[in-house]
Design a protein around this ligand. Structure first.
Ligand SMILES: [Co+2]
Length: 452
């Protein structure tokens, strides 16, 4: 899920936040279970074992080997023997087996590990940094569980989305899969944000509202951008789905650009430098569609972003052009790097009916006068907190005839609407996105899979 650059946001934003100082006590409570202690288990000890098991995520989709990565102890040998005899658990098609069943140890596979280089080489072996990492294990493990759900759900979606399906069917396939595999349960685990399935010149923030009859066509370019969270740790990852190979170069451009951004990312790296590297790679591509050649342009007013617990858009934006931002990435930061390539202008604006909404992180102090709006706001706080939602998610928790109330919450700044973002009609846009964390000793690309 992408973030809009501030200049456009200022011009077009639906609601305004208020200063931190005006925050009410209630305002801070809705984001999720604050101060929630992650369960303590033997996980810290097991980290070493899990780290040496790089292939885990590749195999997990097909078969999972009991708790082979579980704690090393005196009984290790015995345990392993027993596990090898046990029948390996295999994910079903469509996926129905939750991660906690596929991984009985509750230790989830690591993402791709990238060692730091040059000035940060010392971190790889530093004792203090390693100790810090062990302390953070539960946090990483939450993110890895969400990432494994993402990989398995997207694998199923890529194999099964076919021309002729409605956009609602596509979203429900992904959302049902996510809810089942992550064992959706209030703020403990669930969907991270609305399932984006923006088509063609629509770059982002389209998901169908109820009654939308749109059907995906053979010639469409569809950005599947969905999120999974565990204890508020959100995996935000996207790919572009096409059926016609004519778009292959457009897709290659965004994949290469995103991988470049992820590769360049590191502690103390300037955000503007990452944008510059992404832009250079993106602009090295062209794509021929219908006998006409188009340069691939990065969409310059869309960005990646840092991610905080229960907050999909943290305070840092990762540009996809060289904007000169000197802000540095820091140890412990989680990021979604996402790049958008376009055959159009390379600039998006708002258009069409809004489906995506999100609660202001800091709730405005202004009272909500309409009783209907007050009730709706309570539902939103209870069901989503600060996690973005769409109209279909309000429908499924039983809300009806809420549009007037929702619009009034947008006017008062309690909720922001995020309308679809479009380039010029007739253009095609593609997206690629990964989530990673800058651990103290290495960079972990959490959402990496054997597909992308
Ligand atoms: Co995103």
């Amino acid at each position: 899920m992408e973030s809009l650059t501030h200049d456009l946001k200022d011009k077009l934003a639906v609601g305004n936040g208020v200063p931190e100082s005006q925050r009410t006590k209630d305002a801070a409570s809705g984001a999720g279970p604050e101060g929630k202690k992650a369960p303590v288990n033997g996980a810290q000890d097991a980290e070493g074992d899990a780290e040496n098991d790089d292939d885990d995520d590749d195999e997990a989709e097909v078969e999972v080997e009991g708790d082979a990565t579980a704690t090393k102890s005196a009984s290790k040998k015995k345990k392993k023997k027993k596990n090898n005899k046990k029948k390996k658990k295999v994910q079903t098609e469509p996926p129905t087996i939750p991660m906690s069943v596929l991984f009985p140890s509750k230790i989830y596979p690591q993402g791709e590990i990238c060692d730091y280089k040059e000035d940060n080489l010392w971190r790889v072996t530093d004792e203090e940094k390693r100790a810090l990492e062990k302390k953070n294990f539960d946090d990483y493990n939450d993110a890895r569980r969400a990432a494994e759900v993402h990989r398995q759900v997207r694998g199923y979606a890529r194999r099964n989305i076919k021309p002729g399906m409605t956009m609602i069917e596509i979203c429900e396939m992904i959302e049902n899969g996510t809810r089942t595999l992550v064992e959706a349960n209030g703020f403990e685990s669930g969907i991270g944000f609305p399932t984006g399935c923006s088509l063609n010149h629509v770059a982002a923030h389209y998901t169908p509202n109820a009654g939308d009859k749109t059907v995906i066509q053979y010639g469409d370019v569809c950005k599947i951008d969905f999120g999974v969270h565990v204890n508020g740790r959100i995996i935000d990852s996207a790919f572009t789905l096409t059926f016609d190979p004519v778009y292959d170069n457009l897709i290659a451009a965004v994949k290469d650009a995103t991988n470049t951004g992820v590769r360049e990312a590191g502690i103390d790296v300037r955000l503007g430098d990452i944008g510059a590297a992404i832009q250079e790679v993106m602009e090295s591509y062209e794509v021929e569609i219908g006998g006409k050649t188009f340069p691939v342009k990065p969409i310059r007013n869309l960005t990646g972003h840092s991610i905080d617990r229960y907050k999909i858009h943290g305070t840092k934006a990762v540009p996809i052009v060289n904007n000169g931002d000197p802000t540095k990435m820091e140890e412990g930061d989680y990021y979604a790097i996402e790049t958008f390539g376009s055959t159009g202008r390379g600039i998006v604006r708002y258009d069409m009916e809004t489906s995506h909404y999100g609660r202001a992180y800091d709730i405005p102090k202004t009272p909500i006068r309409l009783p209907r709006a007050r009730a709706l706001f309570e539902t939103i706080n209870r069901e989503f907190g600060t996690l973005p939602f769409c109209r279909r998610y309000l429908d499924r928790v039983g809300e009806e005839k809420y549009l007037l109330a929702l619009n009034s919450l947008c006017d008062s700044g309690h909720i922001s609407g995020y309308p679809p973002l479009v380039d010029i009609k007739g253009s095609f846009t593609a997206q690629s996105e990964h989530t990673f964390v800058l651990r103290p000793t290495c960079k972990e690309i959490l959402s990496r899979g054997d597909d992308y």
